[in-house]
Write a protein that binds this ligand. Structure first.
Ligand SMILES: CC(C)(COP(=O)(O)OP(=O)(O)OC[C@H]1O[C@@H](n2cnc3c(N)ncnc32)[C@H](O)[C@@H]1OP(=O)(O)O)[C@@H](O)C(=O)NCCC(=O)NCCS
Length: 125
């Protein structure tokens, strides 16, 4: 990961649960998406849409009260897209925090213009 600091960190609340009492997978996906977008915007502050989310496999459940962290790193900067790897971990516990890996995914963010068409990502000098 590019940093030990997560791009997004959030505490899960009862409003985020599914019928089993665990956190709804779609909630995790939405934060994963936001983390990838935020990562891309730090590379080039453009407008991005999510083109691809690859291989989201949930390894462990997330529970109410867990602190969920989304760490990001750059996989590839293309002409109009940035591929971002996102690692999701969850921490829980009283007295001692235990961190578990929840999932890991690659997200392709495409920079778009005001009409929604792909637009070039400026190369760094
Ligand atoms: C994003 C969008 C504008 C791209 O249009 P497109 O016709 O596929 O554009 P392109 O073929 O020029 O591809 C754009 C970039 O995406 C990449 N890309 C496209 N399909 C890809 C795939 N399946 N896997 C990886 N990268 C892909 C291309 O390689 C290109 O990146 P590069 O310029 O860095 O090489 C269009 O597909 C779109 O609007 N999709 C909906 C996005 C959205 O609304 N997301 C939220 C869902 S609710």
């Amino acid at each position: 990961m590019d940093s030990q600091t997560p791009r997004v960190r959030i505490v899960m609340l009862p409003k985020d649960t599914n019928g089993l009492g665990n956190i709804f997978g779609g909630v995790i996906l939405s934060h994963l998406d936001l983390a990838a977008g935020e990562h891309a915007r730090r590379i080039a502050p453009l407008r991005y849409v999510t083109k691809v989310m690859r291989e989201v496999e949930f390894i462990a459940p997330v529970k109410v009260g867990d602190t969920v962290s989304f760490y990001t790193e750059t996989v590839k900067i293309g002409s109009t897209s940035i591929t971002v790897k996102v690692l999701v971990t969850s921490e829980r516990g009283i007295g001692k925090l235990e961190a578990i890996k929840v999932t890991e995914a690659e997200v392709v963010m495409v920079a778009v213009d005001a009409d929604g068409s792909p637009t070039p990502i400026p190369t760094r000098k």
